[in-house]
Design a protein around this ligand. Structure first.
Ligand SMILES: C[S@@+](CC[C@H](N)C(=O)[O-])C[C@H]1O[C@@H](n2cnc3c(N)ncnc32)[C@H](O)[C@@H]1O
Length: 273
């Protein structure tokens, strides 16, 4: 991996980017980053090279940033941080520091590669599962985006997230949801949108009720968005199947297993004092 001198990074815009006045060996850069494919989260612009990832992660960020407590000077934890795209966006909002955790080794390697290219910063990464963390009771803001439905016990996951927050801290929970009321939770048979590791998908009302029952206050859903082909798609940097392959070819409102097509919600909640 090249390590150009005096890199300058911008974390506060849709595309997380870095540039340098010194010359960068493009061939070496492309080869190193291609070895780390598939790139699922982005976009990144690295010394002239665009990484167009499977997910346009900036769209979710735009949906949530207006609603959450300002991140300036906050201590932030991002559970299930993937390659760290949002860790950099969190720093771009002026957070004091951010810790990402994620057990998937490839995403950790991608983060390490990015950190070799970026100037020294306060984004840190632990290649762990949230179950392995202690009850910090100290973070000002905790993000869990795209993790809830991968956990065998959604309630246990929520309990962990709450235990990481300081009293008065804010939880940002982003998850797949299904239509329905507070009593609706989909438990897929084997797969949901081709994913084998989806254990349950609540309605947003059910997820709100879980958070309220766990003692959180000010619980609300601030955004609900159906995932579109502009947001999740196959690219040069992620050449496996993507959203289009996971939907019913005859009815794009359904997954190939005939469940409601992927729709995601952003919920906020505050840990009481
Ligand atoms: C759908 S991706 C979401 C990535 C990112 N948060 C986003 O919103 O784009 C889910 C991520 O959660 C991670 N993950 C799954 N189980 C986890 C756990 N128990 N603790 C922490 N991360 C987990 C996966 O490795 C994966 O990177």
């Amino acid at each position: 991996m090249p390590s150009p001198s005096n890199p300058e990074a911008v974390f506060s815009e849709d595309v997380v980017r870095v540039s340098s006045s010194s010359k960068v060996n493009q061939g070496r850069l492309v080869r190193s980053l291609k070895m780390l494919m598939p790139w699922r989260k982005g976009p990144f612009h690295l010394f002239g090279l665009d990484i167009d990832a499977e997910w346009r992660s900036e769209l979710k960020w735009r949906r949530l940033i207006e609603h959450i407590a300002p991140l300036h000077n906050r201590k932030v934890l991002d559970v299930g941080c993937g390659n760290g795209y949002y860790l950099f966006r969190i720093l771009g909002e002026g957070a004091k520091y951010v810790v990402g955790i994620d057990p998937t080794r490839l995403f950790f390697y991608q983060f390490r590669a990015l950190q070799q290219l970026f100037p020294k910063n306060n984004a840190f990464y632990l290649p762990l599962r949230s179950e392995q963390l202690p009850s910090f009771n100290s973070f000002d803001t905790v993000f869990s985006m795209g993790v809830l439905y991968h956990r065998r016990s959604a309630i246990e996951h929520l309990r962990e997230l709450i235990s990481f927050l300081r009293p008065g801290g804010e939880l940002i929970l982003e998850t797949l949801i299904v239509p329905g009321d507070a009593s609706t939770v989909l438990v897929p048979h084997h797969r949901y949108a081709s994913m084998a590791n989806v254990w349950s998908i609540p309605s947003s009302a059910a997820a709100e009720t879980w958070l309220t029952n766990l003692g959180m206050s000010n619980v609300r859903t601030v955004d609900t968005t159906r995932t579109g082909f502009h947001e999740q798609r196959k690219t040069q940097w992620m050449q496996f199947q993507s959203l289009d392959d996971f939907l019913d070819p005859n009815d794009k409102d359904l997954t190939i297993e005939k469940y409601p097509a992927p729709t995601r919600a952003i919920l906020l909640a505050t840990k009481p004092f």
